[in-house]
Design a protein around this ligand. Structure first.
Ligand SMILES: *[C@@H]1O[C@H](CO)[C@@H](O)[C@H](O)[C@H]1NC(C)=O
Ligand SMILES: *[C@@H]1O[C@H](CO)[C@@H](O)[C@H](O)[C@H]1NC(C)=O
Ligand SMILES: *[C@@H]1O[C@H](CO)[C@@H](O)[C@H](O)[C@H]1NC(C)=O
Ligand SMILES: *[C@@H]1O[C@H](CO)[C@@H](O)[C@H](O)[C@H]1NC(C)=O
Ligand SMILES: *[C@@H]1O[C@H](CO)[C@@H](O)[C@H](O)[C@H]1NC(C)=O
Ligand SMILES: *[C@@H]1O[C@H](CO)[C@@H](O)[C@H](O)[C@H]1NC(C)=O
Ligand SMILES: *[C@@H]1O[C@H](CO)[C@@H](O)[C@H](O)[C@H]1NC(C)=O
Ligand SMILES: *[C@@H]1O[C@H](CO)[C@@H](O)[C@H](O)[C@H]1NC(C)=O
Ligand SMILES: *[C@@H]1O[C@H](CO)[C@@H](O)[C@H](O)[C@H]1NC(C)=O
Ligand SMILES: *[C@@H]1O[C@H](CO)[C@@H](O)[C@H](O)[C@H]1NC(C)=O
Ligand SMILES: *[C@@H]1O[C@H](CO)[C@@H](O)[C@H](O)[C@H]1NC(C)=O
Length: 543
């Protein structure tokens, strides 16, 4: 197994799952119905929300897996199956710990220290050449298991530099990489094809401090070392409108796979802080991202036209959205057609004058399968936000946010459908976004001003918006806590009382409309024993 697959339950989990399903299929082999049912095994996994709907009689999930409910089986068969699952789960657990051991071997067979290349950690000497030379040297180890560039304690001033595949950039405790305050040290590169131009100004954009393109297996980690963009000079150029090109990110990886960013602190990015674009298999774990609340556009993490992104245990407090999921801008994003999907966010904590988790406003390539849970936001303007506009096209669908707590947040949930900001006059005002299947459940909020400002588009309703078990303590009692337009959906257990277009209760026949809610509600109802056993085993194997 390759080294970069950090979350033990990703690739390994999938393999075990397939083997598990295969073995279960063998057991059931003499039952024709069962064999048919498991022919769609992959589908069972990918659409858990839908397949679990079958636990209620009379509810027919979409897809061809309904045969499961009609399986004939004997007690002894269930017993055997149960035993087998126990054995398998133990085996999977052992497999995981084995993988963990193998992966803490992110240890590369070769390592050099930046000082070997003449770097001086005095905070004054510019070390761009040292970083470039060290990485150029380490390139010769790429096919020998890769190499590590060790950055010891010190203040290492540098301009933008380029990473390579099979590299670990390791920042020791008290190591600080400092971004140069001379804009010439941040070369100008082409705009992203999915944006058509720089995000702030037409033309190119400054390259990020730490940049990588077309890479595989790259790790940026350490013992809570720091990468400090010293962005204040850029914020001032932005405010005074003296920029010639769009501001740089602190870290950008483009068209790369197998990226891990962990155990570090990121400070004062000139623009968005961590920007994976056209990437896949990106893990961002246990990082702290800080910038002043008044710094312009210092988003925390912006997965952009990227898939299989896993963000866990992060503390973020910056001047703009903590996490903003994007996929290109208007006609450029539509024609590049590269969506963001399968984005997982666990245990995010933070504060922002903008949104905790935003989708958009650039979402023209589409955004789907975003799963966020255990989120705590305080002293923020917005909790969850979807930003779009006519001209964006694209879609936002299959979004689940659960177990979120908010404190001192102005607007808990906000959908903005006239965000504006177009790359040029050639966007198509008839390209309307599709916003569908958004579920929020188990949310509490204290000291909230507005529960929800949910604005869809005339002639383009936002649909299947499902809210379940949501309680907000509203401090702004004079005004209506919910303001909804051009939207339709369902709700259960929402306080204060929700707006009319979402008042319809969530009954079993809506489970296929309400993304992932069926799982949730099923668990409390009486259900088919075999189906429960199977679905719970699939869930525990996968997570
Ligand atoms: C979703 O992404 C995770 C990594 O974050 C990966 O393990 C998983 O296999 C992906 N799921 C699908 C359905 O591709
Ligand atoms: C992405 O990277 C791969 C190699 O890693 C390369 O073959 C491909 O052309 C790159 N695509 C783009 C659009 O940069
Ligand atoms: C990445 O791949 C693209 C497409 O093949 C190529 O044009 C570009 O030069 C590559 N860039 C780097 C830095 O390798
Ligand atoms: C988070 O990072 C800190 C410092 O780098 C480390 O001590 C801690 O063990 C990490 N926690 C996890 C869960 O990785
Ligand atoms: C890492 O350092 C930052 C600031 O230097 C600090 O706020 C954070 O708590 C540290 N993280 C851990 C896990 O020690
Ligand atoms: C913009 O260009 C002008 C003229 O070349 C230059 O003097 C100025 O320093 C540039 N500004 C930035 C922020 O790079
Ligand atoms: C973060 O640091 C902790 C403590 O050193 C280590 O156990 C963990 O594996 C690291 N995580 C990553 C993703 O590098
Ligand atoms: C909900 O999230 C909080 C952190 O915000 C966590 O402490 C708690 O265990 C989570 N609850 C569940 C049921 O996962
Ligand atoms: C939130 O902001 C208030 C001031 O508006 C401050 O007193 C409080 O400490 C902040 N909360 C946290 C957790 O930082
Ligand atoms: C409702 O959500 C809260 C957390 O916000 C959770 O503790 C509680 O168990 C949930 N209730 C139900 C019925 O799921
Ligand atoms: C509801 O929000 C719209 C903007 O979407 C605003 O124009 C309208 O005044 C608001 N209505 C109320 C009653 O607050």
């Amino acid at each position: 197994m390759s080294q970069w697959v950090l979350p033990e339950y990703t690739e390994a989990g999938t393999t075990h799952t397939h083997v598990t399903l295969w073995l279960i299929t063998l057991i059931f082999d003499y039952n024709l119905h069962a064999a048919l049912a498991f022919g769609g095994g992959d589908q069972t996994l990918k659409h858990k929300g839908e397949s679990a709907g079958q636990c209620l009689p009379g509810v027919r999930p979409r897809g061809e897996i309904t045969d499961l409910t009609h399986m004939k089986r004997s007690f002894s068969l269930v017993d055997v199956l149960f035993l087998l699952l126990l054995v398998l789960l133990t085996w999977v657990a052992m497999g995981r710990s084995h993988c963990k051991a193998a992966n803490s071997g992110d240890i590369r067979p070769h390592s050099v220290t930046i000082t070997e290349f003449g770097a001086i950690g005095d905070g004054v000497t510019l070390n761009t050449k040292a970083f470039q030379n060290a990485i150029f040297y380490l390139n010769s180890f790429a096919d020998k298991g890769g190499a590590e560039l060790f950055v010891p304690a010190g203040r290492w001033l540098t301009g933008s530099f380029d990473l390579i595949s099979h590299l670990t950039l390791w920042l020791d405790k008290n190591a600080v990489i400092l971004g140069s305050q001379n804009s010439d040290d941040w070369p100008v590169i082409d705009p992203l094809p999915s944006y058509g131009r720089g995000r702030e100004l037409p033309g190119g954009r400054h390259r990020s401090l730490i940049y990588g393109r077309n890479l595989t297996d790259v790790v940026i980690t350490g013992d809570n070392g720091t990468i400090d963009g010293q962005g204040s000079i850029w914020w001032n150029w932005f405010r005074k409108k003296t920029l010639n090109y769009t501001r740089p990110h602190l870290v950008e990886l483009m068209n790369s796979t197998g990226v891990v960013i962990s155990n570090l602190t990121f400070l004062n990015s000139p623009f968005w802080t961590i920007h994976p674009v056209y990437c896949s298999h990106v893990t961002i774990q246990n990082v702290t991202i800080l910038a002043p609340l008044e710094s312009p556009n210092t988003d925390g993490i912006d997965p952009d036209s990227s898939e299989n992104v896993y963000i866990e245990d992060c503390y973020i407090s910056t001047g703009d959205d903590l996490i903003a999921i994007k996929s290109g801008w208007d006609e450029y994003g539509i024609s590049y057609a590269r969506p963001s999907r399968n984005i997982t966010i666990h245990r995010l904590v933070g504060a922002t004058p903008s949104a905790g988790i935003a989708i958009g406003s650039e979402m023209s390539g589409g955004v789907s399968e975003v799963h966020a849970e255990n989120i705590h936001l305080y002293n923020s303007s917005t909790g969850i936000r979807i930003k779009t506009a006519p001209g964006r096209g694209g879609y936002v669908r299959n979004i689940l946010v659960s177990n979120m707590s908010l404190a001192y947040v102005d607007v808990a949930i906000k959908f903005t459908s006239h965000y504006g900001e177009h790359p040029d006059e050639f966007y198509d005002p008839n390209a309307l976004p599709v916003i569908q299947s958004i579920t929020l459940k188990d949310v509490v909020g204290d000291n909230i001003k507005y529960a929800g400002l949910l604005e869809g588009l005339q002639g383009d309703n936002f649909v299947d918006i499902c809210l379940s078990n949501i309680t907000f303590d509203i401090i702004n009692s004079a005004e209506n806590p919910w303001n909804c337009s051009y939207i339709h959906g369902y709700s259960n257990l929402v306080y204060p009382q929700i707006c009319e277009p979402l008042q319809e209760r969530i009954y079993p026949e809506h489970y296929s409309d309400c993304y992932h809610l069926s799982n949730h509600l099923c668990s409390s109802s009486k259900q088919n024993e075999g189906a429960r056993l199977l679905s719970s085993s699939i869930v525990s194997v996968q997570f």
